[in-house]
Design a protein around this ligand. Structure first.
Ligand code: PBG
Length: 329
């Protein structure tokens, strides 16, 4: 009595395994986050993100050329803003010669064909580390969305191809889209962080940008009044559909590895590209376990990357992008 089907036949060796493999990773899948700081000749390792750096503009230029040679064609820019420039309304975010605006120009000069996306949110500019303006003990929504729209215009004037609002204010995609159309930027894309959860996985990122919420008497130290409750699934679909209706070209789920169910849910529901963000805390966990010798760094890196793609992500924002691509080649 023999089984007619022996599934192990298709796993006999690498040749047959690769022949029947359902999911493939290529450099085209990645969006690489980059952290930028003021100064010269700075390549500053982020303590909670081993082997990940903040670059000054001169070194950013070299780095994007390296990325381009590796086949990485899209970057997502974040800036670490000098403390003295932070306030409640993110005034510095609108400075046409601010760090973000200069970073966009630097990347475009170094690599004209590199796709440049910018993070649009107030937190790195906020004296309080929040993604919105604070008034009377509230993070105020609509006024914040207006500033985000102005910020978006400023990034696009500097040369950004896409803006990536990561703030989770209601209606901000529409506000930004209308502003872009009004200014004649009808080809600018919006990648919306549409299902962004209030997550403890963002810790190392907030170290990198020194952007963690501060102690305030009347505002909680977390972002739970705007980022999503991680207990919720259907809400992620609603949020995402609304962002698409408001004009988002790409939608995103964030964090990544603990939210693969959401990635799949959304992929099955929408017809725009779906991105996922393997966030700083996920990176830190893998690095820490690998440093201890408890996990194999490269294998875990590839397995998690593959999991995103298999779950339905069309785009993967990842601090591992460079290492993955080097390993692929
Ligand atoms: C800013 C922003 C955050 C991340 C991306 N954009 C932090 C936050 O919302 O507190 C997190 C990225 C990461 O952890 O890698 N709004």
């Amino acid at each position: 009595m023999y089984p007619l089907r022996r599934n192990r036949r298709l796993r006999t060796n690498e040749a047959i395994r690769s022949l029947v493999r359902e999911t493939i990773i290529t450099p085209n899948d990645f969006l690489i986050p980059l952290f930028v700081v003021e100064g010269k000749d700075i390549k500053d390792e982020i303590p909670s993100m081993p082997n990940y750096f903040r670059y000054s503009l001169d070194l950013l230029e070299n780095e994007v050329k390296v990325l381009w040679k590796l086949g990485l064609k899209s970057v997502l820019l974040f800036v670490k803003v000098t403390d003295s420039l932070k306030d409640n309304k993110g005034t510095e975010a609108l400075n046409p010669d601010g760090l973000m605006q200069r970073a966009v120009r630097t990347v475009k000069n170094a690599c004209p064909d590199m796709l440049v996306m910018t993070d649009v949110a107030l937190d790195p500019y906020s004296a309080y580390g929040h993604d919105g303006i604070i008034e009377n003990g509230q993070i105020i929504n609509d006024e914040t969305a207006e500033v985000l729209a102005e910020m978006s215009i400023s990034h696009v004037q500097a040369g950004a191809d896409f803006v990536a609002p990561s703030d989770m204010m209601d209606g901000r995609i529409l506000t930004i889209r209308e502003a872009l159309e009004d200014e004649g930027f009808n080809n600018t894309g919006i990648m919306s962080y549409s299902a962004k959860y209030a997550s403890a996985f963002y810790g190392p990122f907030r170290d990198a940008l020194d952007s963690a919420p501060v102690d305030l008497v009347d505002i909680p130290k977390d972002k739970k009044t705007y980022q999503m409750d991680y207990a919720n699934r259907f809400e992620a679909v609603r949020e995402t559909e609304m962002d698409i209706d408001e004009g988002a070209d790409i939608v995103m789920v964030k964090p990544g590895i603990s939210y693969l169910d959401i990635v799949r849910e959304i992929k099955n529901d929408v017809d725009v590209p779906v991105a996922v963000y393997q966030v700083s805390g996920e990176y830190a966990m893998i690095k820490a376990a690998a440093e201890k010798g408890w996990l194999d760094h490269d294998q875990i890196m590839m397995e998690t990357t593959m999991a995103f793609k298999r779950a339905g992500a069309d785009i993967i924002a990842s601090y591992f992008a460079k290492d993955v691509v080097k390993l692929l080649s």
